[in-house]
Design a protein around this ligand. Sequence first.
Ligand code: ATP
Ligand code: MG
Length: 338
Amino acid sequence: MENVIEVKKLRKEFKAYSSRAGLKGAFRDLFTRNYKIVPAVNDINITVKKGEMVGYIGENGAGKSTTIKMLTGILTPTSGEIIVNGMNPHKEREKFVQTIGVVFGQRSQLWWDIAVQESFRLLKKVYKVSDEDYEQHMQHVIRTLDIEPLLDKPVRKLSLGQRMRCELAAALIHNPPLLFLDEPTIGLDVLVKLKIREFLKEINEKYNTTILLTTHDLSDIEALCERVVMLDEGKVIYDGALRELKEKWGDQKELHFQFLKKVNIKTVQNVTSGLPVEWEVDEKDQTFIAILEDRDELISQVIAKVVAAFKIKDVKINETSTEEIIRKIYEKGAVEVG
Ligand SMILES: Nc1ncnc2c1ncn2[C@@H]1O[C@H](COP(=O)(O)OP(=O)(O)OP(=O)(O)O)[C@@H](O)[C@H]1O
Ligand SMILES: [Mg+2]
């Protein structure tokens, strides 16, 4: 299979200015400013094959958007190599943009004051899409994303969810083989989220569209991406199957207890002392959560002890969530996957 994205030792440094303290400092800052060089993206290697849907994740400031800006030719790298769709995104700009679609959830690509369909019409010209192709492809996109009633409204009058659906449609006008989505579901309600997910799945199946997706909503990733690339402080700390990540790190269970009477965490901890269990309390609904290794025997022991000591209102056994797994990995900082 061909590689759609090939990135070698890609690096982007920014100058981070620091201000000096006090009035004197501020005055000095006017003339010379102190700065240090911070690598936002630190020599990363990534290869993406045609038709893959890759989740690009990491905490705030990890370098995800910076990577996407370089991959789409908006930013020039400090060093390293980028080949996307067989081109250098920055150098072959005009030809290149015909082959990609981009959505930045944080920022609109549409013209604020004109009706959505006018934006579409302009983009259709920019991308030199034929009337036939437009009709055939966009009718379907418009119907699936349910934006027909929005087309004659100016973008500034749309709600966030309405606008995001239009943004996505706009990114697809030329039916690009490669889509970059930077937080496309930010702030959307569940129904719109599901609609967008379904739609992305559909175009991936129908056209074998390659998708690189960043999101803080891991359920997006779980629904769409078999592969995740995890970034931490500009470095790739994991690149592989989401499933493997869960198998390797999700070896824990959570027991959620609610008691009939008010109980103190110390007493609960005492009851299971000697067993390898960590307790947390969810103050909001007075749930006591035991986090422990996923061993049947241990789980039975803990439940038996707790049940013997307190009157139980509710018990639940949960797998550790992907969120929990990812949080653990960030805390630890690095993963080796064999
Ligand atoms: N234009 C810029 N000038 C200076 N520093 C920048 C610039 N753009 C980004 N940075 C810094 O680079 C780092 C990575 O930022 P980036 O936007 O890529 O993070 P991100 O992973 O997309 O985070 P988020 O999840 O918050 O969107 C941050 O420390 C940020 O402050
Ligand atoms: Mg970002």
